[in-house]
Design a protein around this ligand. Structure first.
Ligand code: KIV
Ligand code: ZN
Length: 515
């Protein structure tokens, strides 16, 4: 019998800490449902003390999810632990994850505490968390740069206090595989009560080593890996779930453990996270990139046709590449639509909500012959992005683009209930349209990123556009989808503007600053 490797997903917490990746409550619930279908063991649903909105999101997830454990993050202070405990209460299985920094630089400069005090805070937080659940995880933040002797002291103390999972974070992505693996082995061997807890790792990707470090830790005794879909996360991101899971599965000969993940759900989950956050997946990304299973070179194709194992170590269908089958079209009725939505995990709160998305589906089916699952997901994302309460709403867009002439756009945007027209010229149709919108909304924000992704293949495919705006250090992502990429771009810009205007205070768990 192989050991079980627990997969702890933190897309909704650490993933959301990526600048511009913030998600609404409903979006988080949608992703949590997809993670449950993926059979993730633990879903870190958020940091409930960050803001009332974060508390509500974690609570909503706790009310929805039955199979996976729902976890809330808390600094090692009473009020955070209480908030996390209250937020996860409705979940069938709940966990509190509490943390405090243990590296010399963090203790001195950030916490301004002596090591002994740090241990007292950690022990107190673990004991308080036990009032809400017996599943308590503790992390010594910046363990990658902490002294091993001190880690042994604090971890022994929190196990005595009742922590059942000890998570070793490489917070700043400083570790390298061999050394990180040895640290995990040393901790397990040196801490006298280590057999009473599961050792976990949480690696950041600043040196591109997050997955390698996590796997080295697994080879040295870690039995939980914290990771995110598509490797989303703070700065260069976290270890990518799909890479960790497929490495362990593909190299059964090397790893003494296995996961319960339903790998056929990986691609769906990856696309959903990408479309909700607006973080595109690079084509050559392992497992979930569009080219991950494409054999371009003739010699490779020849080999694959003779025997696929010549160049393939995994099957595309095993990670869900072929499940995106054509399902609906122009003549599909409301029932067929509702049934397929249910099959891909989307439920509607009311008949009204169903009718609104069905209306969008019909509009899309008029323009596009075949509607794929990815199109349906994009419809839901779109519907969730637009609200009648939005400060700005795109009413119409007219673009004139012809060879030898300067492109020109005329846009009508409803701002605070009043329709305003803007006209601008630009270097292309998209540039002119975004300038025309800016001439109406006057955000003064700078455009940091503009990207287009085709949702499915073919020239009639929907383009999914992401626009990232920055203003005074605040970063927001806007998304829009349409079969016409100029319209998709305008929608994305208006969506970003609405996020910029809607300023919500939210605390970052590790730096304490507003995000
Ligand atoms: O990277 C980190 O140290 C964290 C902790 C809160 C576990 O995200
Ligand atoms: Zn982290």
């Amino acid at each position: 019998m192989k050991d079980k490797l627990i997969i702890f997903d933190t897309t909704l917490r650490d993933g959301e800490q990526s600048p511009g990746a913030s998600m609404t409550r409903d979006e988080k619930v949608r992703i949590a449902k997809a993670l449950e279908r993926l059979r993730v063991d633990v879903i870190e649903a958020g940091f409930p003390a960050a803001s009332p909105g974060d508390f509500e999101s974690v609570q909503a997830i706790a009310r929805t999810i039955n199979q996976s454990t729902v976890c809330g993050l808390a600094r090692a202070i009473d009020s955070d632990v209480d908030k996390a405990g209250e937020a996860v209460k409705p979940a069938g299985r709940r966990r509190i994850h509490t943390f405090i920094a243990t590296s010399p630089i963090h203790m001195k400069m950030k916490l301004q505490m002596e090591p002994g005090q740090v241990i007292d805070y950690a022990v107190r937080a673990v004991k308080r968390a036990l009032r809400y659940t017996d599943d308590v995880e503790f992390s010594p933040e910046d363990a990658g740069r902490s002294e091993e002797d001190f880690l042994c002291r604090i971890l022994e103390a929190v196990i005595d206090a009742g922590a059942t999972t000890l998570n070793i974070p490489d917070t700043v992505g400083y570790s390298v595989p061999d050394q990180f693996g040895k640290t995990i082995r040393n901790l397990i061997e040196r801490i006298p009560n280590s057999d009473k807890a599961i050792f976990s790792v949480h690696c950041h990707n600043d040196l591109g080593l997050a997955v390698a470090n996590s796997l080295s830790a697994v080879l040295n005794g870690a039995r939980q890996v914290e990771c995110t879909i598509n490797g989303l996360g703070e700065r260069a991101g976290n270890a990518s779930l799909e890479e960790v899971v497929m490495a362990v599965r593909t190299r059964k000969d090397v790893f003494p453990c296995s996961t319960d993940i339903d790998t056929r759900e990986i691609v769906n989950c990856s696309k959903l996270v990408s479309s909700i956050t607006g973080f595109p997946i690079q084509p050559n990304k392992a497992i979930v990139g569009a080219n991950a299973f494409a054999h371009e070179a003739g010699i490779h194709q020849d080999g694959v046709l003779k025997n696929r194992e010549t160049y393939e170590i995994m099957l595309a269908e095993d990670v869900g590449w072929t499940t995106n089958r054509m399902v609906l079209g122009k003549h599909s009725g409301r029932n067929a639509f509702k049934t397929r939505m249910h099959e891909i995990g989307v439920e509607f709160d009311s008949e009204d909500a169903l009718n609104q998305v069905f209306f969008r589906f019909k509009q899309l089916a008029d323009k596009k012959h075949e509607i794929f699952d990815d199109d349906l997901q994009a419809l839901i994302t779109e519907a969730a992005l637009e609200s009648e309460d939005d400060w700005a709403q795109l009413v119409s867009l007219k673009v004139c683009s012809e060879t030898g002439e300067t492109p020109r756009a005329q846009v009508v945007v409803r701002v605070d209930g009043e329709e305003v027209t803007g006209i601008a010229e630009g270097s292309g149709a998209v540039d002119a349209s975004l300038k025309a919108i800016e001439s109406i909304v006057h955000t003064g924000a700078s455009l940091q990123l503009y990207s287009v992704n085709n949702i499915t293949s073919g020239t009639d495919a929907q383009g999914e556009v992401t626009v990232r705006l920055e203003k005074r250090g605040r970063i927001v992502n806007g998304q829009g989808a349409d079969t016409d990429i100029v319209i998709a771009s305008a929608k994305a810009y208006v969506n970003a503007v609405n996020k910029l205007v809607l300023r919500k205070e939210k605390r970052h768990p590790q730096t304490g600053s507003d995000v």
